[in-house]
Design a protein. Sequence first.
Length: 344
Amino acid sequence: MEDTDDPTVADRLVELLERGDHEAAAERVTDLETAATDERKAALRSLRTLADSTPEAVAPLVEPLTASLTDEERAVRLSTAKLFVAVAERAPDAVVPAVSALASRLGDDEEFYYVRARAAEALGYVAVERSAEVASPEVLADLRVGLALDEPEVREKLAKALECVALGDPARLRHRVSDLAQHLTDDRELVRYHLTTALVAVGCEHPDRLRDARDEISERLDDESASVRGRAAEALGLAARADSAETVAVDSLPDPDDADPFVAERVRFAARAGADAPVPDGEIATETDADSGPRVGTLASIRETTEEAATAIASGGGEAECRHCGLGLPTDGPPLCPRCGAPR
């Protein structure tokens, strides 16, 4: 059955935001709390579309919309979490008022797992810029424990959030290297990629910590994913630079002429690591080279390359999401969602 959403309420809300009448828009959000489920869903979808192009326009509504994260309707909670992801990706500071509510959704074992996944993703984007607001021991524990227990789709978002925490403040995870390394054999490529990237980020400022995961990282040199192989080589290169005695066995590395330039560049970085001067723990390597931009083995380089690599991995799966319940759907799948029965 087709949606019967009345677009009037949603359109009016967007119109108020576009003309900068935030007070009236906030009042309309309050009114939506008693509106029909379809109206709430329509408004949240419209706001998400606006946030994709103009996140700052939606930012003033983050705090009043936080109540929707506990809405009795699962679809409303999921739509709200997705909206916060869209805002946090481009304007992370705006989502700080929702951090506590998002953390509660993440930590609720009875919550729909796609809501938990989106809550983790939103928290991760905030953590890149405001790690102190997000990376409490409780949130980090929920992220790490979920790597072993959650649905595959949730594990991907948890791993991504941990990557974001490491990019925001590598010190937050410097004592968790062994914990993260335990999950480097996950059957989901994105989980392995995000976690190896998180370890590289930690290694940029605390390279000696990577010794705790040297064996697990070395096993990823043969990973079927080029992006994971590249990050593994980068991590080993950083570990070697922390201690000249901790050299990288060149014959254990992938071919330095690997057809994938991402891998090849990081293999060369690892192979020459023994010749580089050791970098004391806590000292950040020079971020840029004058001629080539951010250097491999720096936070600047990771931030520049990680989104593109993750997007390429995700697109390779050929999946979309049901816009009603969030289930991953193959592009050549049935016309109806097998979980909620809604049309694609």
